[in-house]
Design a protein around this ligand. Structure first.
Ligand code: NDP
Length: 342
């Protein structure tokens, strides 16, 4: 089997040297375990945080350890009554061609219901994150205005589509004209601004003001940085901010919470929160999986009917996972970033 290990910790943006492709003997399942051949693996922004040796909600990957991540694959041998060879499963299979896991840690998938890759994006952790953050913390109401960045990713596109269906005005922020067109044409956003086209937060704010004539009621926070600075003064009183991610700071080690967040003035942020009575809620989706069945029963039929759209960006081969991952952190992905492993 092959797997990708963390060769060294990045300082700033990850580079190819931080990753190493290694070959290892095929693992053998013990009682209650199964051996899975990985078909597709997910690349997600949170993995950047696991590469740092910083205090966070999850332990860092040790140097020499296999990089973590969700994947879908086929059971090829089983020592469990729950799963048999040929079954399709989702689990935390890591950046690897094969994985041995306790059967009870895997979720059986029905390939007839939705494509296997959907379990990594639209019907998996990212889609669920968008659904949960929007509904539980954003508390959307028809007629309100919502802004979300990383608008064409699996989280942002779920947030935008659900908010639109709930009758909100939805304004996306994305990197580049092509992604902005995707937000509007594929996902039905009312408008979308290209954050790269505005040098300063002030310039972006003035464009956002035109795009959000009634102010902003929900800012679904995915990126932090310039976008947050642009949005915050436009928030309406009693606005809600589900704080889902802050990818613009991940290379500064901010996921560990100890980095200096460049360019942002904390007093200005807190003043906006105070004088406008904003609800700002951080959350980590792994604490809310009790609601995953509800998400699936509501959203899966809409994905199957084509009512909720999704776009996937599939890189070929485990060896290309690091470059696809580095690209995604910079916005090179067009939709949910997946790697076809085998
Ligand atoms: P995406 O597939 O959307 O990929 C990340 C995107 O972030 C890039 O494509 C890029 O889009 C955007 N981006 C990168 N750098 C910047 C920047 N400096 N300024 C603005 N945008 C930037 O990722 P996901 O949909 O999987 O995740 C979105 C967010 O949700 C992330 O912050 C992630 O960490 C968070 N998350 C949080 C969870 C939780 O439990 N709280 C669970 C899952 C995700 P573009 O080119 O459009 O700018």
């Amino acid at each position: 089997m092959q797997h990708i290990v963390l060769a060294s910790r990045p300082t700033g943006a990850p580079t190819q040297d931080n990753f190493k492709l290694e070959t290892a003997p095929m693992p053998e399942p013990k009682d209650g375990e199964v051996l899975v051949r990985v078909q597709y693996m997910s690349l997600d922004p949170y993995m950047r945080g696991r590469m740092d040796d910083a205090k966070s909600y999850a332990a860092p990957v040790p140097i020499g350890g296999t990089l973590e991540g969700g994947g879908v694959g086929e059971v090829i041998s089983s020592r469990s009554d729950y799963l048999k060879p040929g079954d399709s499963v989702f689990g935390m299979l890591g950046w690897a061609t094969h994985a041995v896991q306790p059967a009870k840690m895997l979720r059986k998938l029905d390939p007839a219901q939705a494509p296997l890759t959907a379990a990594l994006g639209v019907l998996g952790m990212p889609g669920f994150t968008g659904w949960y953050g929007l509904n539980a913390l954003g508390r959307p109401k028809a007629g309100e205005t919502l802004v979300v960045a990383a608008a064409t990713g699996p989280v942002g596109s779920m947030v935008g589509q659900l908010a639109r269906k709930a009758g909100l005005r939805v304004v996306g922020i994305a990197g580049g004209a092509e992604k902005c067109a995707m937000a509007k044409d594929v996902y039905g956003f009312d408008d979308c601004l290209d954050h790269r086209a505005y040098e300063t937060a002030r310039d972006l704010r003035s464009a956002l003001k035109d795009a959000c004539p009634d102010g902003i009621d929900i800012y679904y926070e995915n990126v932090g940085g310039k976008v947050l600075e642009a949005v915050l003064p436009l928030m309406n009183p009693h606005g809600r901010i589900p704080v889902c991610g802050m990818i613009s700071w991940y290379d500064a080690g901010a996921l560990g919470g100890d980095a200096d967040s460049k360019g942002l003035t904390a007093p200005a942020i807190w003043r906006n929160i105070l004088v406008k009575f904003l609800s700002v809620n951080g959350f980590i989706i792994s604490n809310h999986y009790d609601q995953y069945p509800e998400f699936l029963s509501e959203v899966a039929p809409q994905v199957v009917s084509g009512d909720i759209k999704f776009v996937e960006d599939i890189a070929e081969g485990l060896e290309n996972a690091p470059s696809a991952f580095m690209g995604m952190l910079k916005g090179a992905n067009r939709g949910k970033q997946i790697v076809k492993v085998g």
